[in-house]
Write a protein that binds this ligand. Structure first.
Ligand code: RUB
Length: 330
């Protein structure tokens, strides 16, 4: 069995327990873990052995959480370096360079999304956001700095209360925030001008997978004719959905909803904790990517442009050195 540096195990555990959370941060941490794996490899200087070891590290990271496609996309981006026919030293350097490149590009994508998205926010807007998304918060903060935002409603986002992270994040930037329970969204929607949320995964038909409750938020927005914007880096688009794979929805431990004592006291009650839900493309006005604003129906174009290499392999049924299935076992 391969033994990994403790920093790698810490990152894997951090993602699993949600100390590291949010699809973008998860992806960057995955790339960081692979970079550390390459740096701390202490086996024989043999390309094949190094590839095997890196595959094991990739499997460990992929098994942490199943829903955000940013995780396998980051892993495959870095692991692509192993496909070249280089010697051990160059191969190791290539992995490290690709991991660093992913992290750099990812942070730059969030910044660009902020700039592009802020242009779509109307003057004097009341914005509603759900969960904590760095991409969505960046749009909001950038628009606020442009003097466009009057107030932000941030849902609590039960059961994990990521809305509290959003409130802190926005308050630190000076944005006026009102924290509201998830169940109040329809009641307050008449006051809202625009909804801005993030994405864990976007399917080839433009459907959005994001924190559970997002689809209810968009339903209320649709009814009130409020526009819904999704802030999503292009590595949130899922190549596997092109061939019909469904996005696996993570079910987390019921004790995140009610205490264990309550569950023990009520053995006939089943407590479910789905962490994500699916918003159909009809409920989304635009997806803001670092490449520009697209309608959800154009998701397939992003996939063809950005993941052409992966799509070819998937279509030919050629498995990569780490199979895509590994990502949905976790
Ligand atoms: C987080 C969540 C966020 C997306 C986008 O869920 O649903 O909206 O991941 O976030 P969890 P970002 O807290 O369960 O990870 O824009 O930061 O990538």
């Amino acid at each position: 069995m391969v033994r990994f540096h403790e920093k790698i195990l810490e990152i894997a555990e951090g993602i699993r327990t949600m100390r590291i959370r949010g699809a973008g941060k998860i992806a960057r941490s995955a790339a960081e873990a692979l970079k550390i794996a390459a740096e701390t490899y202490s086996g024989e200087p043999d390309p094949e052995l190094f590839r095997k070891y890196m595959n094991e590290a990739a499997k460990l990271i992929l098994a942490t959480r199943p829903t955000a496609v940013s995780l396998p996309n980051a892993v495959y981006y870095v692991m692509y370096a192993l496909e070249s026919n280089l010697g051990f030293k160059e191969l190791r350097e290539a992995v490290i360079a690709r991991a660093e490149e992913f992290i750099r590009n990812s942070l730059e994508a969030v910044r660009k999304i902020g700039e592009i998205g802020a242009r779509r926010i109307k003057q004097d807007s009341v914005v509603l956001t759900h969960c904590h998304s760095t991409a969505a918060a960046t749009v909001i903060i950038t628009a606020y700095k442009m003097g466009k935002i009057r107030k932000v409603y941030s849902t609590e986002t039960r059961p994990f209360y990521q809305g509290r992270i959003t409130a802190r994040h926005l308050i630190e930037a000076g944005v006026p925030v009102v924290q509201v329970p998830d169940s109040s969204v329809r009641y307050i929607m008449h006051e809202v001008d625009q909804v801005v949320v993030g994405a864990d995964t976007i399917a080839s038909n433009g459907a959005l997978v994001n924190k559970v409750g997002t689809s209810q938020v968009t339903l209320a927005a649709h009814e009130a004719r409020v526009r819904v914007f999704v802030a999503a880096e292009t590595y949130k688009f899922s190549p596997m959905t092109v061939i019909g794979e469904l996005v696996p929805i993570e079910y987390r431990d019921p004790t995140e909803i009610v205490p264990k004592e309550w569950i023990d006291k009520h053995p006939n009650v089943t407590v479910l904790n789905p962490a994500f839900d699916v918003t159909p493309p009809e409920y989304i006005d635009a997806i803001i990517t670092e490449e520009g604003v697209i309608p959800p129906q154009a998701a397939i174009l992003i996939l063809m442009e950005k993941f052409g290499w992966a799509l070819e392999k998937i279509k030919q049924g050629v498995k990569q050195s780490v199979s895509f299935e590994d990502s949905i076992e976790g």
